[in-house]
Write a protein that binds this ligand. Sequence first.
Ligand code: SF4
Ligand code: SF4
Length: 235
Amino acid sequence: MCSGRVDLAFVLRALSNGMDGVFIGGCRLNECNYSTHGNYHALNMVLLCRKIMEHIGLNPERLRIEFMSSGEGILFAEVMSEFGNKVNKLGPLGKAEGIDQKELKSKLAEITKLVPYIKLVKKEKLASRLENPEEYDKLFTKDEIDRLFSEVISYHIDPGKCQACMICAKRCPVEAIISAKNQVHVIDQEKCIKCGTCFEACPPRFGAVAKISGEPVPPPIPEEARVIARESKEK
Ligand code: SF4
Ligand code: SF4
């Protein structure tokens, strides 16, 4: 498949499954047969993932991308052999970095859950085309990645404003909104992928969905308190 199809989640899954290194091979830059130039997307994803790996204490050298044509068998063999040796030298994932295996799994799971959010907030940079290798290391900075995780946005439905119109629940791509007729809607934070669709979808006259960053999300309103009492139109 096109290297552009290699999702950030695939790399995290490989690491989570105990792979000590991940190699992605793509066609040569600017030689893509399609207008999409997916190999640039793959490059940006790798640059982002390497910074995320550093953020959680993993050696970013465990992830490598190289661009070559299908006719360059010798180059491919050389690169793979060199990368294999490097990964062997680095040693087992996590153990070599002094990270407890359980802690590493939980960090990788936490980041995997945030993949849709990360892709959304970094979509412009992830779609950029870096022509000069000197730009690679500057695409994502350490501070930016630290902030990415310290300022994660959550969404919360204000029970005092929700009118149970159900629009948000119908649009949520992962069915993370607990919805029932005439009941205040509640976001299941475990299922929510922070796409922001409910924030955009909630009619401005209700404005019930709030963005929260840097503070805890209020606990969900108890089930028995979710019914909305409406005034009868009959007099
Ligand atoms: S932010 Fe996205 S995933 Fe989360 S509840 Fe809203 S629509 Fe669903
Ligand atoms: S769209 Fe807004 S008002 Fe309607 S159910 Fe969702 S949060 Fe409540």
